[in-house]
Each structure stands twice: as structure tokens, then as C-alpha cells.
Design a protein around this ligand. Structure first.
Ligand SMILES: C[S@@+](CC[C@H](N)C(=O)[O-])C[C@H]1O[C@@H](n2cnc3c(N)ncnc32)[C@H](O)[C@@H]1O
Length: 192
């Protein structure tokens, strides 16, 4: 007999949108949004609910499956791009590009190429919203941890709306996660 595992809609990284995304809403110009490394969709769903046209780019098939279930349950539409951002070829600009907790998964040279692509494919007057781990992150097990000020420097020439480095309160992810802190660089910047 074949065992069928039923998958229920769930949010591995939480259901609430990231604070930096909720803060950025008032700076988002009209237009389409790309959420890179969308996971199971907390930010993409939040923005779709506000009426934005959102595309979610994600390389992990399990996360994409969960994103589809979450969209179905919420009766929302988001374009799903099942790709690796490192290989993704942009064919249109976006007015807002989001990368929450993704860029530290890329080795530095690849991260720099991705930021360059993101910046080139952001419309003039559009914004980027980025959250990434820094060198003081308690867990060091990531291909690239940002140095103090590094992310902000990559956005010189853009109008920096918010730039902060901070350590989060203890948080846990998923059902079996344990409490831990993250050390983050947070950025909202507008393309001049
Ligand atoms: C920590 S999770 C954050 C998910 C989501 N941004 C959020 O805030 O809930 C990081 C996500 O980035 C995805 N990711 C990592 N590297 C990626 C890549 N090169 N291309 C696309 N997605 C990637 C992972 O599969 C994972 O779903």
C-alpha cells in the first residue's frame, strides 16, 4: 500500500510579513514586485493582499509547493518563478525588489553579481528591500556574512531610506525550531 502524506498549508518562516517589508509599503511605487527567495510566501502574500502584482522567485521545490497551498488557502494570486536567482535572467524591470534572508546564502562574488542584477532591473524611482545576516550573527555557517556597512556601501548612488544593523530578539522558526537570535543588516533604498 502506498502511504499518502497530506500536506497542510503552513509557514516555515512565520505567517506575519517581515517588519522591514511592512515598513517599506509606504515607499513602494505602483508597479510589479519581485520577492527573491520567497520561501512559503509570508511577504508575497501580504503584498498581494494589498493589491500589488507580485512574482515570487524560489529555488526550493518544497517551499514552492507550500507557497502554492498558502496562495490557494488565501485565495490570492502570485506569479511563481521556480528558479535560482543566480541563474535567473530578468526580462522585465520591477518597481520593488525584495530579498529577505537570502543573500547570505550566496558566496560573496555571486551575491555581488545578484545585487548588480537586482539594481539594474529596478525601475528608476523603484525600491529594493533587503535583510541579510552580518558577521556578528551567532551562527557563522553561511557562505557570506555582511561586514558592518557593507550592504549600505553597495547602494551608494541610491537614496537610502532606512539602513540599520541590529540583533533580533530570540525567535524560532517552524514547529521544531529552537530560540535563537540573528544579526541583521536591513535596507530600504530608492533608485535615484
Ligand atoms: C530563510 S528563507 C526566507 C524566506 C522568505 N524570504 C521569508 O522571509 O520568509 C530563505 C529562502 O531563500 C531561498 N533561496 C536561497 N538561495 C536561493 C537562490 N539562490 N535562489 C532562489 N532562492 C533561494 C531558500 O530556498 C529559502 O526559501
Amino acid at each position: 500500500m502506498v502511504a499518502i502524506k497530506l500536506i497542510k498549508p503552513s509557514y516555515k518562516w512565520g505567517k506575519k510579513p517581515s517588519q522591514i517589508v511592512t515598513k517599506a509599503v509606504k515607499y513602494m511605487p505602483p508597479g510589479n514586485i519581485l520577492d527573491i527567495g520567497s520561501g512559503d510566501g509570508r511577504n508575497a502574500l501580504f503584498l498581494a493582499k494589498l493589491g500589488f502584482k507580485v512574482a515570487a522567485l524560489e529555488k526550493d521545490l518544497a517551499s514552492i509547493q507550500m507557497l502554492k497551498l498558502n496562495l490557494k488557502q488565501a485565495k490570492l494570486k502570485v506569479k511563481i518563478i521556480p528558479e535560482d536567482i543566480e541563474k535567473f535572467k530578468f526580462n522585465e524591470p520591477y518597481s520593488t525588489i525584495i530579498a529577505i534572508s537570502v543573500l547570505h546564502f550566496l558566496p560573496k562574488a555571486n551575491m555581488l553579481k545578484v545585487i548588480n542584477k537586482i539594481q539594474n532591473y529596478t525601475s528608476k524611482g523603484g525600491i529594493n528591500i533587503i535583510s541579510a545576516f552580518t558577521e556578528s550573527n551567532p551562527s557563522k555557517n553561511f557562505p557570506h556574512l555582511f561586514k558592518a556597512g557593507e550592504l549600505k556601501k553597495l547602494y551608494s548612488g541610491w537614496r537610502i531610506i532606512i539602513y540599520k544593523e541590529l540583533i533580533t530578539l530570540p525567535e524560532k522558526h517552524g514547529l521544531d525550531g529552537t530560540f535563537h537570535r540573528h544579526s541583521l543588516a536591513l535596507l530600504i533604498a530608492e533608485k535615484a
